[in-house]
Design a protein around this ligand. Structure first.
Ligand SMILES: CCCCCCCCCCCCC/C=C/C(=O)SCCNC(=O)CCNC(=O)[C@H](O)C(C)(C)COP(=O)(O)OP(=O)(O)OC[C@H]1O[C@@H](n2cnc3c(N)ncnc32)[C@H](O)[C@@H]1OP(=O)(O)O
Ligand SMILES: Cc1cc2nc3c(=O)[nH]c(=O)nc-3n(C[C@H](O)[C@H](O)[C@H](O)COP(=O)(O)OP(=O)(O)OC[C@H]3O[C@@H](n4cnc5c(N)ncnc54)[C@H](O)[C@@H]3O)c2cc1C
Length: 662
C-alpha cells in the first residue's frame, strides 16, 4: 500500500500504533498467504478492465439505465472469470470484487447462486450433462423461481401447477390465479431465458407435492417471451435495484418430461410417480445458500465497519478535554461501543460460516451415501444462524451508518445501499421468524430426547450438560460466558416446551399450543444461535495459529463479542444462569477495558479485512482517509452541478417570485 504518504495524517498515526502485523491478519482471515495473493491478483485483473469503471455514480441513472449498466458490466465480468479459468485451469479464488463492479446486486446472482447449483444438486447425471455445460458457459441464463405473489414462506402452498400429460410425455405449466404468479426471482425481469420453476406436481388429478422443473421462458435469439409465458420486472425496491427481480406466469406452457429435475423423485413415462427417499431434499439449494449467507454477513459487517472506523479516525468533533484539540470521534467510548462490535461480529460470522461449511460438506457427503441422519441438524443450524446473523448484520450496518453522522446518510458513503442489501437477507432465503421456528421444532425434539436421556447431536448436546450443571456457580471467563449462553438456551428451550405442555393440559391441541408458545420458541432459537456463535467463535480463536501479538487482539475481539452480548441479554442470564449482579458489574467494567484495549488497533483491524477502495466504494472509508475531498469530488458529479442555472429557475422559481411581488 504505497499511498501511505498521501494519507490523512490521523490514519498514518493510527497505523503506526497497531500492535500486530496486518498482513498476518489478512492471511489468517482469508485462509493463507497464497489465498491472499491469488485473490488480490484476480481483483487486480478485474480492476484493470477499463470498461468496468462507471462514468458517473449509479444513483444518477434511471432505473432502466441502472439495470442496463448492470447487465453490461456483469457480462464483461463474466469474461474475466472465463479467461482466468482458461488461463489457470481453475475457478477464480473466493473474492468480493463483484461489489466493486456491480455496486448493488448482479443480475446474474441467481444464475450463479441458485440456478446452476439447483441443476447440480437436484438433477440426475443425464440432466446435469445436458444443462450444466450450457449454464456454466452462459449459453443459457437462468434463475430460481419459487416464491409467488401469494406464498413465499409456506412453499407447500405454492399454486403454480405442473400437470403430467402421459400422451405427449410433457408437463403442462399453469398459473391459475394472480397469487400463483412467481414474484421476486432475481434476473427474471429482463435477463434470463431459463428458470428452475418450483411447482405442484399433478398426475391423473393427484397431487404429489412441489418439485423443481426447468423451463425455457424466452427465445434464445430474440429474447421474446415464448408463447404461454407472461414475464416482467417487479419495480424498484429498498436495494437489489440491479438484481432485476421479476414476475412470471404460465398459460398451458408445455415442457418435456425430462425437464423435471429428477435426482430425488421421478415421473416415469407412463406417469408413475417414484417418491424420493426424503422429500425435503428438494429444498437443498436453500440450505446451501443459507450457509453462504452467514459468510455474506461477515463481509457486510466488515465493509460497514471499515468505512465507519476509518471515518471515525479522520473525523474530529468537540472536545474530550476542553484544554485539548478537538478529538477524533473514534476516541469517544460511545463511538467505540457502536463500531467495535461490528468488527468483532465480522470475525464471529466468518468462523461460524467456516464451521457451517464443514457441517454442510459432511452432510452432503453422507447424503451421497444415502445417509440422512445429520440432515435435520444441518437444516436446523443453517436456519437459525442465517436468521440471527442476517438480522444482527443489518443492525450493525445501520449502526455504522448512524455512527457516521450526516455523512453516513449520503449515498456516496455507500452505507445506505449496504444497509438495503444486507437487510434483505433477513427476508430472502427464508424469512427470519419462519426459519427460527424451524429450528425450534428441532430444539423441541432434542429436548424431548434429552428428557429421555438419549444421546443428542453435537450442536444441541449442551442441553444434556446444562441439565446436569444447573447448580454450578457462574464463572466470569470466556468459557464461563459460553456456558452461560448455553444455560440461557437450555432455560428457554425448557420454558417453551413447558408452555406448550401447559396449553395442551388446558385442552389445546399441539398446533394451537405451538402457536401460543411461538414467541418463546423464537426466543429459544435465538438463544441457541447465540450459544453456537459464542462457542464456535471462541474455540476458533483459541485454536488459531496466530502469532502472540495477533492472537491477543483476536482474543480481545472475541471476548468483546461475548461480553457485549452478556450485557445486552443480562436479563436472560439473570433468569436462566447463575450469574449475579456483581458478575455483571465486573463484566461491564471488563467491556469498557476491552474497548480501550482495542482502540489503538481499530484501524489496523479494519485494514485487516483487506477491502479495497473500489469494493468499499465510499467517500468516507477509503484507505487514504481523504474524506472531505472525496465528499466534494462526488458532490460535483451531480448532474445539477453541470449547469450554473437549472431550467426550473426560469420555469417555476422566477414566475413564483414575480407573482409574489404582485
Ligand atoms: C456455499 C456458497 C453459497 C453461495 C451463497 C451465495 C449465493 C447467493 C444467492 C443469494 C440469493 C438471494 C436471492 C434470494 C433467493 C430466494 O429467496 S429463493 C426462495 C427462498 N425461499 C425460502 O427460503 C422459503 C422458506 N420456506 C421453507 O424453506 C419451507 O417452506 C419451511 C419454512 C422450511 C417449511 O416447509 P414445510 O414443507 O412446510 O415443512 P414443515 O412441515 O414445516 O416441516 C417438515 C419437516 O421438514 C423439515 N425440513 C424443512 N426444510 C428442510 C430442509 N431444507 N432440509 C431438511 N429438512 C427440512 C422440517 O424441519 C420438518 O422436520 P420435522 O420437524 O422432523 O417434521
Ligand atoms: C431481495 C429479495 C430477493 C429475493 N429473491 C428471490 C428469488 O430469487 N427467488 C425466489 O423464489 N424468491 C425470492 N425472494 C422471495 C423470498 O424468498 C421471500 O420473500 C421469503 O421467503 C419470505 O416469504 P414471504 O415474502 O412470503 O413472507 P411471508 O411469509 O408472507 O412473511 C410475512 C410475515 O408473516 C410471518 N409468517 C409467515 N409464516 C409464518 C409462520 N408459519 N409462523 C409465523 N409467522 C409467519 C413472517 O414472520 C413475516 O413476519 C426474494 C426476496 C427478496 C426480499
Amino acid at each position: 500500500m504505497s499511498t501511505e504518504t498521501k494519507c490523512n495524517p490521523d490514519l498514518v498515526r493510527e497505523r503506526a500504533k497497531c500492535t500486530f502485523d496486518v498482513n498476518e491478519l489478512i492471511n489468517l482471515f482469508y485462509g493463507s498467504e497464497k489465498a491472499t495473493k491469488e485473490r488480490r491478483h484476480f481483483e487486480d485483473a478485474v480492476l484493470a478492465v477499463k470498461e468496468l469503471k462507471d462514468a458517473i455514480p449509479e444513483e444518477y441513472l434511471s432505473h432502466k439505465e441502472r439495470y442496463e449498466n448492470g447487465v453490461r458490466k456483469a457480462t464483461i465480468l463474466r469474461d474475466v472469470y472465463r479467461d482466468y479459468k482458461a488461463k489457470h485451469n481453475r475457478d477464480p479464488p473466493p473474492n468480493q470484487i463483484t461489489k466493486a463492479v456491480i455496486k448493488d446486486i448482479s443480475p446474474f446472482l441467481l444464475h450463479n447462486g441458485m440456478f446452476v447449483p439447483t441443476i447440480a444438486g437436484q438433477g440426475t447425471p443425464e440432466q446435469q450433462a445436458e444443462w450444466l455445460p450450457k449454464a456454466e458457459s452462459m449459453q443459457i441464463i437462468g434463475t430460481y423461481a419459487q416464491t409467488e405473489l401469494g406464498h413465499g414462506s409456506f412453499i407447500r402452498g405454492l399454486e403454480t401447477i405442473a400437470t403430467y400429460d402421459p400422451k405427449t410425455e410433457e408437463f403442462v405449466l399453469n398459473n391459475p390465479t394472480l397469487t400463483s404468479f412467481k414474484w421476486w426471482p432475481g434476473g427474471l425481469g429482463s435477463t434470463v431465458n431459463h428458470c428452475v420453476v418450483v411447482a405442484q406436481l399433478y398426475i391423473n388429478g393427484k397431487s404429489h407435492g412441489i418439485h423443481p422443473f426447468i423451463a425455457q421462458i424466452r427465445d434464445l435469439d430474440t429474447h421474446k417471451p415464448l408463447p404461454g409465458v407472461k414475464v416482467g420486472e417487479i419495480g424498484p425496491k429498498m436495494g437489489f435495484q440491479t438484481a432485476n427481480n421479476g414476475f412470471l406466469g404460465f398459460d398451458n406452457f408445455r415442457i418435456p418430461r425430462k425437464n423435471m429435475l429428477m435426482k430425488n423423485a421421478q415421473v416415469l413415462k407412463d406417469g408413475t410417480f417414484v417418491k424420493g427417499i426424503n422429500e425435503k431434499l428438494t429444498y437443498g439449494t436453500m440450505v446451501m445458500v443459507r450457509v453462504g449467507i452467514v459468510g455474506d454477513c461477515s463481509f457486510y459487517a466488515a465493509l460497514a465497519a471499515t468505512i465507519a472506523v476509518r471515518y471515525s479516525a479522520v473525523r474530529h468533533q468537540s472536545h474530550i478535554k476542553a484544554s485539548e484539540p478537538e478529538a477524533q470521534i473514534l476516541d469517544y467510548l460511545t463511538q467505540q461501543h457502536k463500531l467495535f462490535i461490528a468488527v468483532a461480529s465480522s470475525h464471529v460470522y466468518r468462523n461460524a460460516y467456516l464451521w457451517m461449511e464443514k457441517m454442510y460438506t459432511n452432510v452432503m457427503k453422507e447424503l451421497s451415501q444415502d445417509k440422512q441422519d445429520n440432515l435435520p441438524e444441518l437444516h436446523a443450524t443453517a436456519c437459525c444462524l442465517k436468521a440471527v446473523c442476517s438480522r444482527d448484520a443489518g443492525s450493525l450496518v445501520e449502526e455504522c451508518r448512524l455512527a457516521c453522522g450526516g455523512h453516513g446518510y449520503m449515498a456516496s458513503s455507500n452505507l445506505p445501499l449496504t444497509y438495503g442489501v444486507t437487510i434483505a437477507a433477513v427476508t430472502y432465503e427464508g424469512e427470519r421468524t419462519v426459519l427460527l421456528l424451524q429450528t425450534a421444532r428441532y430444539l423441541m425434539k432434542a429436548w424431548m430426547a434429552a428428557l429421555k436421556g438419549k444421546v443428542l447431536s453435537p450442536s444441541v448436546s449442551y442441553l444434556l450438560n446444562s441439565l446436569k450443571e444447573s447448580k454450578k456457580p457462574w464463572q466470569n471467563t470466556p468459557e464461563g460466558i459460553v456456558k452461560g449462553f448455553q444455560h440461557v438456551s437450555f432455560g428457554k428451550v425448557k420454558a417453551a416446551y413447558e408452555t406448550i405442555q401447559k396449553y395442551m393440559k388446558q385442552g389445546k391441541d399441539y398446533e394451537d399450543a405451538w402457536n401460543l408458545a411461538s414467541v418463546q420458541l423464537v426466543k429459544a432459537s435465538e438463544a441457541h444461535s447465540r450459544a453456537i456463535l459464542c462457542e464456535v467463535s471462541w474455540e476458533a480463536v483459541c485454536s488459531s495459529s496466530a502469532s502472540p501479538n495477533l492472537s491477543r487482539v483476536l482474543q480481545q475481539l472475541a471476548q468483546l463479542y461475548l461480553t457485549y452480548w452478556t450485557l445486552e441479554t443480562s436479563g436472560d442470564l439473570l433468569l436462566y444462569s447463575n450469574i449475579t449482579k456483581d458478575d455483571l458489574i465486573i463484566l461491564r467494567d471488563k467491556y469498557e477495558e476491552l474497548l480501550v484495549a482495542i482502540r489503538p488497533n481499530a484501524v489496523g483491524l479494519v485494514d485487516g479485512f483487506d477491502l479495497r477502495d473500489e469494493i468499499l466504494n465510499s467517500t468516507l472509508g477509503s484507505y487514504d482517509g481523504r474524506v472531505y475531498e472525496r465528499l466534494m469530488e462526488e458532490a460535483l458529479k451531480s448532474p445539477l452541478n453541470q449547469e450554473t442555472v437549472n431550467s426550473s429557475f426560469h420555469k417555476y422559481l422566477k414566475p413564483m417570485m414575480e407573482k409574489a411581488k404582485l
